[in-house]
Design a protein. Structure first.
Lengths: 109, 185
């Protein structure tokens, strides 16, 4: 299983949605960290996303990073390829999964 | 257990003493003509009394202490929610990059407090409280506050969104405060 830690591999202070919103946006994380790792997975291999250690996440960051990945590659594939670790805030996992599931509609809940 | 024996001893001594005092004469043989039922009944009554006197206050004390701990943690949750409300209100009235970090940190802190109250709720149910409803309220508040245009250069929030945020926070606060109140009813 491959692993990506948002705090160690990206930033401890993730930002908002787009590059234009400033540093460490969800779009930047998706394009430069998440998607390359996701595309490098072999058949059946999983990617563990460690969400702990940051100062918190904006909805816009999470939706753009994970919902955006699902919009490009399909929610079923993304859901089956990603595992999440969040000891500090377990509710984040459900939140991200809902963004991946509802990525087409843009519905948040 | 020692309380029981002390009480039993006092009881027996008391009976014998009063028998002597009232009769003021050597005990007649009739004094000892007591059937088993007459002896067992007061002993059982005394035993039940001791159990109630010793164990019930202990039990009630433990329940009360658990309720106080739950109440304290709910209070911490309310303080965390107030922090989110304050920062959110400031941000909507005057959006600035400086407030974004503290807002995300306060939402994370609120999520942690909700998790802990949910753990306490699982151990000892808190009246009128639902973990699922708390998670949903947290998520709704978080979306209203931190979805786009949060963090963008325009930060142009609609009036509806500001009022939804305020209403959702007030509703969440009311439900939590109600659960805290119900702890002591």
């Amino acid at each position: 299983m491959k692993k990506i830690s948002i705090k160690d591999d990206f930033s401890s202070t993730p930002g908002a949605r787009y590059y234009t919103d400033g540093e460490f946006s969800g779009q930047e994380f998706r394009d430069e960290k998440l998607e390359p790792k996701f595309l490098g997975l072999s058949d059946g291999e999983k990617l563990l996303v460690d969400l702990d250690g940051t100062s918190g996440y904006a909805t816009s960051f999470l939706e753009e990073a994970f919902g955006g990945l699902a919009r490009k590659h399909g929610s079923k594939i993304v859901l089956s390829a990603l595992n999440f670790l969040s000891n500090e805030d377990p509710s984040l996992i459900q939140e991200i999964e809902s963004y991946i599931r509802n990525c087409k509609t843009g519905k948040k809940l | 257990m020692k309380y029981f024996f002390v009480a039993l001893f006092s009881f027996v001594v008391g009976i014998v003493f009063f028998r002597f005092a009232l009769i003021a004469a050597p005990l007649s043989n009739a004094f000892w003509d007591v059937n088993a039922g007459q002896l067992i009944q007061p002993v059982v009554t005394l035993f039940v009394g001791c159990v109630f006197a010793y164990f019930v206050p202990d039990l009630v004390g433990k329940v009360k202490r658990r309720r106080e701990i739950q109440s304290d943690e709910i209070n911490h949750l309310l303080i965390a929610l107030d922090e989110v409300v304050q920062l959110g209100t400031d941000y909507f009235s005057s959006p600035s990059k400086k407030l974004e970090g503290p807002i995300l940190a306060s939402l994370k802190d609120l999520a942690k407090k909700i998790d802990f109250v949910k753990e306490l709720h699982a151990l000892d149910p808190i009246p009128c409280l639902s973990g699922k409803d708390m998670d949903l309220a947290h998520l709704e508040i978080k979306i209203l506050l931190t979805d786009s245009p949060f963090g963008s250069t325009t930060r142009d929030f609609s009036a509806n969104r500001v009022s939804d945020f305020s209403n959702k926070c007030a509703e969440f606060r009311r439900n939590i405060a109600k659960s805290r109140y119900m702890l002591f009813i």
